[in-house]
Design a protein. Structure first.
Length: 347
């Protein structure tokens, strides 16, 4: 059974997080923003319709690759909207959230809502925990030197130079999401498995049919490659600054809820454009502390959270976007150090 992406923090009376939560609630920052999300959903819908209309109008011209790049950004915005829906930021009722999430994720961009939701819930509960956070499992890359020492196969091969391979590899992230979503349908515990499968098949069928009806085969394949690769780069570029390069925890190192979230997260400094491009995830610390807080409220919450962390003496990290990538890549390079010393496996 899938779990809601609603991390339930420990609000023990008198705890550091309980006091912070009270400050946030007093400012009304947990209140939903229906007007904002109505406008955002309308904007994403218009951009999606506009992109596919442009695709048809441009037709069999290599200018269609520019449309592919535009639609990659639009798909990224759809993914960010699905993220907010899954966190119950948009709709109060669970059923409404699930319906909207499946339409947005499965039918909209070909990502399994139920599979992603369960995975993301585990990440929120234990961010950057080597055994408990699926986002730092050593599937292709290694995220710590301990993982590097025990790596085999592809992670061992790539890990030696993974910092240089990171951005090329995230061009495959969209394909990875599609494949993982389809593979998850084999799990009988997946809630509404048939519905999710039908929506995924519907997305892929309509997507490929439209491409090969409008474009000749070679151009259709080129469009697909540009669209999906840039979509992957956008997703990877949004999520990489959040936790990569931050402390990794192991074993029983869980700390209390506030420190578990703050010390493993990084904020990205920016302006209104950064807020739109990163979907509010540039306020990663606030988002992890209050995952159901509507994203437009995170900027106001940041001031409260940052000052509160200063009072407690809890490290609060905020960097520019380029610096966040630099720190993430440096961490990847350091994680792969044992593999550079021992070299690739011979078997």
């Amino acid at each position: 059974m899938t779990a809601e992406v609603v991390t339930r923090p420990e609000r023990t009376a008198g705890s550091d997080f309980a006091r912070l939560s009270k400050k946030i609630a007093e400012q009304g920052l947990m209140a939903r923003r229906p007007g904002y999300y109505a406008a955002r959903i309308a904007a994403v819908t218009v951009l999606t319709a506009g992109g596919w209309t442009a695709f048809v109008l441009v037709g069999a011209s290599w200018w269609t690759l520019a449309v592919a790049a535009f639609l990659a950004v639009v798909f990224g915005q759809v993914a960010l909207l699905a993220h907010d829906i899954a966190h119950r930021q948009v709709f109060r009722l669970r059923k409404a959230s699930e319906r909207a999430g499946r339409i947005t994720a499965n039918a909209g961009i070909g990502m399994g809502y139920g599979w992603w939701q369960e995975k993301h819930t585990r990440h929120h509960a234990n961010p950057n925990h080597e055994e408990l956070d699926p986002d730092i499992a050593p599937d292709v890359m290694v995220w710590s030197q301990d993982q590097a020492r025990s790596a085999k196969g592809l992670p061992r091969l790539i890990g030696r130079s993974q910092a240089y391979a990171f951005f090329p590899l995230i061009t495959l992230e969209a394909f990875n999401l599609h494949v993982a979503s389809v593979r998850a349908l084999a799990d009988r515990s997946l809630k509404h498995r048939l519905l999710e499968g039908a929506l995924l098949v519907g997305h892929f069928a309509v997507y490929l049919t439209v491409l090969f009806l409008v474009l000749p085969p070679g151009m259709a394949i080129a469009f697909l490659a540009v669209h999906q690769c840039l979509f992957g780069v956008y997703l990877g570029s949004v999520f990489a600054p959040n936790h990569k390069g931050m402390p990794i925890r192991r074993g029983k190192d869980r700390a209390d809820f506030l420190r578990r979230q703050v010390l493993t997260s990084r904020n990205v400094r920016g302006n209104w454009f950064t807020d739109i491009a990163l979907g509010g995830l540039n306020y990663q610390i606030e988002h992890h502390l209050f995952p159901s807080m509507p994203s437009p409220n995170l900027r106001r919450a940041q001031t409260i959270v940052r000052h509160y962390c200063e009072e407690l003496g809890v490290a609060y990290l905020e960097t520019g976007l380029i610096t966040s990538y630099r720190q993430a890549l440096r961490s990847l390079h350091e994680a792969g150090a044992p593999l550079r010393r021992t070299g690739p496996a011979t078997s």
